[in-house]
Design a protein around this ligand. Structure first.
Ligand SMILES: Nc1nc(C(F)(F)F)ncc1COP(=O)(O)OP(=O)(O)O
Ligand SMILES: [Mg+2]
Length: 215
C-alpha cells in the first residue's frame, strides 16, 4: 500500500462511542484519511464479535476508499484482509509483523525515542506514531506527555519517514504537531466524543490541510 495519506488518522474501538459505526461513518464523511481499528479496554469485544465489528468498520472504510488498519491483532488483520497493522513496543515485533503480512501492507510502529524510530525503519515500518504529544484521556497506560520534541528530532533525522502525532490532539492544538514535522495527526476522542463527529472531523481536516500544504 503506497502513498497512504496519514493527514487525519482516526482511531476507534467499540468502547470509544455509544454508536461506533455511525461515528465512524460520520468521521469518514468528515474526511478522515486513515482509520485504525483499536478494540481494547475492559469491555472490549473479543473473538467472533470483535471480528464481526472489525468487518463492519472495514466495509465502511472500503466504501470511502480509506485504509483500514488493525491495532495489535496481527492474526485478525490477516484473517479479514486488513490494509495493515499498528504495533507498539510491547506488541508483536514489527519485523515479524512485516514478514507475516507481506510487503504491500501497512506496518505502523509506536516509537518513544530516536533509537526506536531507527529500529522501526529497519523493521520495515511504513510510518511511526509519536506521542503522547499532549495529555490523553484515551489510553490509560500512556507514557508521560512528550510534546513535539521527538517529532522534531525524528523528522530531522529521517525526513522521508511518515510521522503521525498522537495524544490529546484537537483542532486548536494541532498546528505545533505539523510544524514539528508530523505528516498527520491521530485522533480518538476529539472525533469519537464530539457532539457532531462529522463536523469535528471536518474542522480537524481543515487544520490538517492548512499545515500539510505549508510543509
Ligand atoms: N495505537 C497507536 N496508534 C498510533 C498511530 F500512529 F496510529 F497514530 N500511534 C501510537 C499508538 C499506540 O500504540 P501502542 O503503544 O501499541 O498502544 P495501544 O496498543 O494501547 O494503542
Ligand atoms: Mg499496541
Amino acid at each position: 500500500m503506497k502513498n497512504v495519506d496519514y493527514k487525519l488518522y482516526f482511531i476507534m474501538g467499540s468502547i470509544n462511542a455509544t454508536d461506533p459505526l455511525s461515528v465512524l461513518e460520520d468521521a469518514l464523511k468528515g474526511g478522515i484519511t486513515c482509520f485504525q481499528f483499536r478494540e481494547k479496554g475492559p469491555n472490549a469485544l473479543a473473538r467472533t464479535e470483535k471480528k464481526a465489528f472489525a468487518q463492519s468498520c472495514q466495509r465502511l472504510c472500503k466504501q470511502y476508499g480509506v485504509p483500514f488498519i488493525v491495532n495489535d491483532d496481527v492474526d485478525l488483520s490477516i484473517e479479514i484482509g486488513a490494509d495493515g497493522v499498528h504495533v507498539g513496543q510491547d506488541d508483536t515485533d514489527a519485523a515479524f509483523v512485516r514478514e507475516k503480512i507481506g510487503a504491500d501492507k501497512i506496518v505502523g510502529v509506536s516509537v518513544h525515542s530516536v533509537d526506536e524510530a531507527k529500529a522501526a525503519i529497519a523493521a520495515g515500518a511504513n510510518y511511526v506514531g509519536i506521542g503522547p504529544v499532549y495529555e490523553t484521556v484515551s489510553k490509560d497506560d500512556a507514557k508521560p506527555v512528550a510534546g513535539t520534541v521527538l517529532i522534531e528530532k525524528v523528522s530531522t533525522l529521517f525526513p522521508e519517514l511518515p510521522i503521525v502525532g498522537i495524544g490529546g490532539i484537537t483542532a486548536t492544538n494541532a498546528e505545533p504537531v505539523f510544524k514539528a514535522g508530523a505528516h498527520g495527526i491521530s485522533i480518538i476522542s476529539s472525533i469519537a466524543s464530539a457532539e457532531n463527529p462529522e463536523i469535528a472531523a471536518k474542522q480537524l481536516k481543515h487544520t490538517a490541510n492548512q499545515w500539510a500544504v505549508k510543509r
